[in-house]
Design a protein around this ligand. Structure first.
Ligand SMILES: Cc1ncc(COP(=O)(O)O)c(C=O)c1O
Length: 368
């Protein structure tokens, strides 16, 4: 059945908005390799991240490439362990492995669903770096992670793939963003590395371009560059950003009003996810039957993917296990109407039919 209410509709500039930027590409006949549009986009993105004190920004061909390049740029010994949450999209682990490092899978906080500095503190002796993830696009506490990095001396790379526009640029840590079409500032495919370390940003840029320095490959590296075409979409997208994010703020408020007391993210997220007292899979099936598309974002977690189930774990991952099959992503995109949010909320409450636990009783008292 075709969904009547779609989970996600990417919101990118249309052809008319892109034409002026395409004309600039035509005029310059410069299509990639840090052309004028890439340079302008990197500067505009830096200002977007922090208008008062813009970080250095390097662009990349995807969020995954950006994360791998940022980790490679740390120049850790091959095989060093990197603490990362098991509750994340597979790209987090893939990027750590691509950088020649080994993920050590950590648990998340049961309420914020993120790897926190407190959890990471227990494993500082076992790892050489930490990659916290902005779960479902909710910004990570930049100041707390900066303090963690200061106090432990460990490099921290925030995988803020879905949090561009919400994630404050940290002072000491590195932050990585995705520009995938479904993210908060989509260009199609692309990524950003932001940091207040000029050397690190320069290294990321070099690593994204075959390791070239003065015409020779100074380090062995591949190609992770952002093309001028993608930078053009980025430049056309930036003036639309506040409107896009404002629409998400409004929808988030509508969901909170329609689902009072239901655990969901505290801030405006990239993906709107609720924690259910019963099987999310079962609820997803019921909503699908009513034409409502949902997605169990980040499920299965990394411990359940064949490619990553053998990775070492930082103790018991009990919060991750308890969230398994209880998190469900609801429709969340700039074209969603308040009426559709009410329809989704009503269907969700009806689908969670037989409460059994304390939390379930809270659900029972919820009315749309
Ligand atoms: C947490 C996280 N990290 C990394 C990525 C990878 O980003 P990209 O798709 O741009 O490679 C994603 C993509 O969804 C993600 O959710």
């Amino acid at each position: 059945m075709e969904p009547g209410i779609r989970l996600y509709i990417p919101d990118l500039p249309d052809a008319d908005e892109l034409v002026p930027f395409w004309r600039r590409i035509d005029a310059a006949r410069w299509y990639t390799n840090f052309g004028p549009l890439e340079q302008a986009f990197a500067m505009a993105a830096a200002t977007l991240l922090d208008a008062e004190r813009p970080p250095g920004v390097a662009t990349a061909s995807s969020g995954t490439a950006a994360l791998a390049l940022a980790l490679q740029a740390l120049e850790l010994p091959a095989g060093s362990r990197v603490l990362a949450p098991a509750l994340t999209f597979p790209a987090t682990a893939a990027a750590i492995l691509a950088a020649g490092l080994e993920p050590l899978l950590a648990d998340v906080d049961p309420n914020t669903w993120t790897l926190t500095p407190d959890i990471a503190r227990r494993w500082t002796a076992s790892v050489s770096a930490v990659v916290p993830v902005a779960t479902f696009g909710v910004a990570l506490p930049a100041t707390a992670w900066d303090s963690f990095a200061e106090e432990t001396g460990l490099p921290v790379v925030l995988d803020a793939a879905g949090a561009l526009g919400r994630q404050k640029a940290p002072r000491r840590c590195v932050a990585v963003f995705s520009l995938h079409a479904t993210k908060t500032l989509g260009v199609g495919e692309g990524g950003l590395v932001a940091a207040h370390h000029a050397d690190l940003v320069a290294r990321v840029r070099q690593l994204s371009n075959f390791g070239f320095e003065d015409g020779v490959a100074a380090v062995a590296a591949g190609n992770g560059k952002l093309s001028e075409w993608h930078a053009a979409v980025g430049l056309a997208q930036i003036p639309r950003a506040e409107t896009l994010w404002g629409a998400k703020d409004r929808l988030c408020g509508a969901y909170r009003r329609a689902l009072p007391g239901v655990p969901m993210q505290a801030e405006t997220p990239g993906n709107l996810v609720v924690r259910l007292p019963i099987s999310a899979e079962r609820v997803a099936r019921q909503l699908a039957a009513e034409g409502i598309e949902t997605r169990r974002w980040y499920q299965p977690d990394l411990t359940r993917h064949p490619a990553y189930e053998q990775l070492p774990r930082a103790g018991e991952l009990s919060a991750t296990a308890s969230l398994h099959d209880h998190l469900l992503g609801l429709p969340f995109h700039s074209r969603l109407t308040d009426d559709e949010v009410s329809t989704v909320a009503r269907a969700l409450i009806a689908a969670v039919a037989r409460p059994a636990s304390e939390e379930d009783r809270r659900w029972a008292s919820v009315s749309p």
